[in-house]
Every structure is written in C-alpha cells, then in structure tokens.
Design a binder for this molecule. Structure first.
Ligand code: G6P
Length: 613
C-alpha cells in the first residue's frame, strides 16, 4: 500500500516522478504528491493533492516546479482521511526535510507527544509526519543527516519504506525499509528509488533490492548502503527481466482486460518449463521436494490472502485428492494469531502475487520460526516472501497492474496443479500413466482459454441482462465452490455488488432466505460427479424466482434444461476446471464494472499490494 518513487540525476525530476507514480497507483490512489529541490529557490517545494496522480499532474501544470532531485508518493490512506494536508510528502517544521512513506509508524502518537513538548507542531493527522519532524530534530542536534536518519530509525516502530530529502543536501536521497518493499534503480549519472520496478522500468532494469533495516544514501553517481549495524555493505545488482511493454496497456481499454487476454500465454509459459523433457513428471525449478523430503511431511498448510487464498484452496483440494495428504487452509491474517499446530513436519505453502503482503509475510515468518518447511508461490521475483522462503515457485505471470487479480490467479492455479501432481507422483499416489493423461489435457489449457475468450461478447450480453442485480450468489460444490469464491470476490471488488459464494448444498441452511424474484445465481457445475446434486440446488433457487446462469463443460447439454443463461467451457480433465471456469467469471465482473461506470483498474478503497496488516 502506498507507492514511493524518487529520482536524482541531471534531468527534471518531475515528469519522471509523475510517470513512476502513475505506474504505482495500483498501490493506492487516495492522494498523490511530489517534493522537489528547486535550485532556483534553494528549497524543497512540495505539490500534493487529494485524489489521483492525474489531479497532481493538473496541479503541477498550473504551478510548475523543476529540480533534479525529488521524491513522489501515491497514497492508500491509513492515518487520516484522504486530503491535501494528509497527502505525502510531509515536511519537517522548518521545511528542510521532506519524507514519503509506505507503511505504518506504530508509535507515532508517542513521538508526536514528545516532539510536541519540544515545540514541534504537526499539520497533518498522519504517522509519517513524525519521521520528517524527528529527522529534523536529530539533524538540528547533530548537524549530520546520516546520523539523524539512523537516530530516527532507532526511535520509530512499525513498517516502512521511506524516501527522505533534505534541502541542506540537495545531492542525496536517503532511503530505507522495514517490512515494505523498496528497490534502488541504477542508471548512468542518475539513480532512482521505487516501491517496485514497474515505476522505473523505462529507465533501468538494474537494481539493488534493499533488505530490512538497510539504509541507502543515493546520489546521482554513487550509492552508499549500510546494514543494520551501520556498516557499509556491497550489494549484488539484480537485473529485472520484465519488459516495459508488459507494464503498458498495449491498446486495451484497461489493464484488467489486457491481463485477462494474456492468460493463454501466461498459462503456456507456466507449463512449458515445468514438465520433465521425457514427460514423466514435473520439474519445479530448483525445489528440493522429492520423495525423501516429502516422507517427513505429515501435514500441509496453505496460507495466503484474497485471490491468492482462493488459488490456494484449489491446491488444498488437489493435494488432498491426488496425494492424500491432509491440507489445512487459512487466510494469513487468521493463521498468524491462532498459534497454529505446525512443526518441522509441516509444509507451509504461502501464495502471493506481490510477495509483499504484510499478513502473508508475517504468517510465513511465524511458520519459519516453528521450523516448518516453507514453499512460496510468488509472482514478483526478488520480493521479500520469495527471498525469505525455503523454496520458491515463480508464477511467471509478468507484471499485473490491475488491482483485481486475474492472470496472477490463473498462474497460481497452474502452480497448484503442478505442485499437487508433483507431490502425488513423488509419494507414489499417482502413476506416470495417470500423470501423462492429465499432462495431455494440461497442454490444451492455453487454447481452451483462447476459445473461452472468443465468447466474451456473450458475457457482455449477460452483463446487459443482469446489470440491475443488487445481489449475486455464486454456488457450486467441491472444486466448483473454490471457483465461486474467486468469482464472487471479483464482482465485489470491481462491480461493488453484494455477492455471496456458497457451497451449493449449504444454501438451504440460511442464505436461501435472501433469494427473491430475479436474484441472479451463478452456478458453476463443471464437476460432473456432483452435477445432479448441484442441479437440485439450482432447482431450489429457481423455484424461489432466481435467474440462473450456469457455467459447465461442453457436451453437458442438460444444463440447458435448468439455466436461464449458460456458458460452456471446453471439456477438460475435471481437476483442471478451476482455471477455465474462472475465465467467464472474470469477464462477467469486468463487464459489470464497466457497465456500472466503475474504475475497473483502480476500484474504490482497494490497493493491490497490501503492506499494512
Ligand atoms: C489485495 C489485492 C488482491 C490480492 C491480495 C493478496 O487484496 O487487491 O488482488 O489477491 O491483496 O495479494 P498478494 O500480492 O499477496 O497475492
């Protein structure tokens, strides 16, 4: 949550900061601002505003500022309402120090009180302002910015990625991080800081990934980095292989639509490298999860948040079904605080697109402390979760910009397919012949997704028919129920429609009371061994006036007897349907959001990377 970017070099910083902020808006978009050192005025000038980066751009157009060093911020509000005053950057008392911050300073009230008693007034309601004021306080005492920053960091508790500039040092950005991501981009005669590579990808792919408690002093020609013992360290350059095109809309109206249409490629990429060349099994990068390691595992936990959690539920179902190992699933924010029953014989699978989600990260750290084996399924290479896990499966989805996750979910589900097949093979619960049969079907998945995407106009028509819905239920059984949970989340996230996913058989134990004339019920019915059962639930809701849209596999003409509308997915192996059945749901949510006039890529109140707890 919150995106930060910084530039130091010979160019005007403002357009670079603005482009960077646009790319970071997925992290929050309650307000935006920049602070730039003006050589003319010999001071730091701040421009900030409530709302989107485009509002900031307009404000800057009317009040242009210029300078070769600057920091920028796009906010997801935590402390204080979205307003011009609470927008970052925040200033110190004299205006000498400006700060942008991602994260939460937990002891900010205490610091405010102490500084208040020393004559420091605070203008905003934010926790961040304390960092600016405290830095100035220590700077005034020591006359040394470096010492002032170190002393400030000793006093603040919480999570942060910080960008700090000081008008007495117009040739330096200070940056540090703890439990929030921060990278330094390396250029020629210029350097950058950013919450994530997409903000600076058009200028450089060479980066330093900052670890917790490291502090960097970034000039245009040099970068000095200190570890938590304040000793200078050398870091390896990490070269990012994402292309800039991948972070652009490429002619699509929205990133979400582009990312939906990228799924055939993402799934093909995810599969290509993962089958052994002789076709007898799976190769999971360099993961050491063979027969021997698995013989020590007696329990698996799947832990994640949001969409990643729903992809995890597919993994849970399949590991239990194919490998017959008990799997417990939990959202990370619950797992963390329940003293989970895990030990060195537990495999904990954490799933995260960003690799930075605060709850998932802390859940993983807890599991590590308890000596569990950690396998992370992560999209962002080099992210904190990827770095700290014992093993990583990268999901190869490329940058996902739309806040609502689509292609990352699909890549996570493919990873779950591969992992469960791998475990089943290694533990001898599946024969190579059985595997080969499934593999053959998996290889058809990219073309199956393409086929579903050609039906997008039908989904658009469903949207036109059901646009007036106030409540939407998603029902299904078994794997179909996991798909329903993701479909319902997507509709809530971007269409802002009340929606409930329900295990079809559970509906009659309460929620059926909410079904009335014309309530839309989406029934996912791809699991044919459960088909008759799900159809009896469909009949129950139809008898109470519901309109039913059914998603089923091609060839199952029976649904036409029950459905008001239907959509077929290509016939595939039953364990693979969670990937395919979700695509119409993504399209439905997309068109509903569009039809309702919502901002599809940046839905209200949400952020893509949730680095606060
Ligand atoms: C936020 C996003 C979701 C995402 C979830 C977990 O809520 O809006 O799209 O599924 O975080 O994020 P992660 O990066 O850990 O997958």
């Amino acid at each position: 949550m919150c995106g930060i970017v910084g530039y130091i070099g010979n160019k005007n910083a403002v357009p670079i900061l603005l482009r960077g902020l646009e790319r970071l808006e997925y992290r929050g978009y309650d307000s935006a601002g920049v602070a730039v050192y003006s050589e003319k005025e010999k001071e730091i000038i701040v421009c900030k505003t409530k709302g989107r980066v485009e509002n900031l751009e307009t404000k800057l157009y009317d009040n242009p500022i210029k300078g070769r060093i600057g920091i920028g911020h796009t906010r997801w509000a935590t402390h204080g309402i979205p307003s011009d005053t609470n927008a970052h950057p925040h200033f110190s008392k004299s205006g000498k120090v400006a700060v942008v911050h991602n994260g939460i300073i937990e002891n900010y009230m205490e610091i405010r009180e102490i500084l208040g008693s020393k004559g420091y007034d605070f203008v905003s309601e934010t926790d961040t302002e304390t960092v600016a004021q405290l830095t100035e306080y220590f700077y005034n005492q020591t006359g040394d910015l470096q010492q002032a920053v170190f002393k400030t960091l000793e006093k603040v508790d919480g999570s942060y990625a910080l960008g700090i500039i000081c008008s007495d040092f117009p040739d330096m950005i200070v940056t540090t991080k703890k439990n929030c991501p921060l990278i330094i981009g390396l250029g020629q005669g210029e350097n950058f800081i950013a919450s994530d590579i997409t903000a600076i990808l058009q200028y450089t792919r060479n980066t330093y990934i900052l670890e917790d408690n490291e502090v960097a002093f970034v000039s245009k020609d040099s970068i000095k980095i200190y570890d938590d013992k304040k000793e200078e360290i050398k870091k390896d350059v990490y070269v990012v292989d994402w292309s800039i095109e991948a972070a652009e809309k490429s002619g699509y109206d929205h990133f979400m639509l582009k990312e939906i249409y990228e799924q055939p490629k993402v799934v093909a990429d995810s599969l290509n490298r993962r089958f052994k060349p002789d076709g007898t099994g799976i190769q999971l990068d360099s993961i050491k999860l063979g027969r021997e390691e698995l013989s020590n595992i007696n329990k698996v936990y799947v832990v994640a948040c949001g969409t990643a959690y729903y992809a995890g539920l597919v993994g849970k179902a399949l590991i239990e079904k194919l490998a017959r190992i008990p799997v417990i699933s939990d959202v990370a924010s619950e797992f963390r605080y329940k003293d989970p029953l895990i030990d060195e014989n537990t495999l904990v699978i954490v799933i995260s697109q960003s690799g930075e989600t605060a709850d998932t990260l802390e859940a993983m750290r807890l599991a590590k402390k308890k000596n569990s084996r950690i396998l992370a399924v992560v999209n962002v290479v080099g992210s904190t979760i990827a770095r700290e896990a014992d093993d990583v499966i990268y999901t190869l989805a490329g940058p996902e910009i739309a806040v609502a996750s689509t292609k990352a979910y699909s890549a996570q589900v493919v990873a779950m397919f591969l992992l469960s097949l791998h475990i089943a093979l290694e533990t001898g619960k599946m024969t190579v012949d059985q595997f080969k049969e499934i593999k053959k079907e998996m290889e058809k998945l990219p073309s199956h997704i393409n086929k579903i995407l050609t039906k997008a106009p039908n989904v658009k028509r469903f949207m036109e028919k059901y646009i007036g819905s106030k409540n939407v239920f998603y029902i299904g059984r078994g794997l179909d129920y996991t798909v329903c949970r993701e479909g319902s989340l997507k509709l809530k996230e971007i269409a802002y429609l009340h929606s409930e996913p329900y295990a079809a058989g559970e509906l009659k134990h309460g929620p059926i009371a909410l079904i009335e004339e014309s309530t839309l019920v989406i029934a996912v019915a791809t699991q044919e061994h459960l088909f008759a059962k799900t159809m009896s639930n469909v009949k129950e809701v139809k008898a109470r006036g519901a309109k039913v849209l059914i998603i089923a596999m091609e060839g199952n003409r029976e649904i036409e007897n029950y459905a008001d509308d239907y959509m077929y997915i290509p016939r595939t192996h039953p364990i693979l349907t969670p990937l395919l059945a979700n695509i119409p749901q993504q399209l439905f949510a997309y068109y509903m959001a569009l039809g309702l006039g919502n901002d599809v890529d940046k839905p209200r109140n949400l952020a893509k990377s949730v680095t606060v707890e």
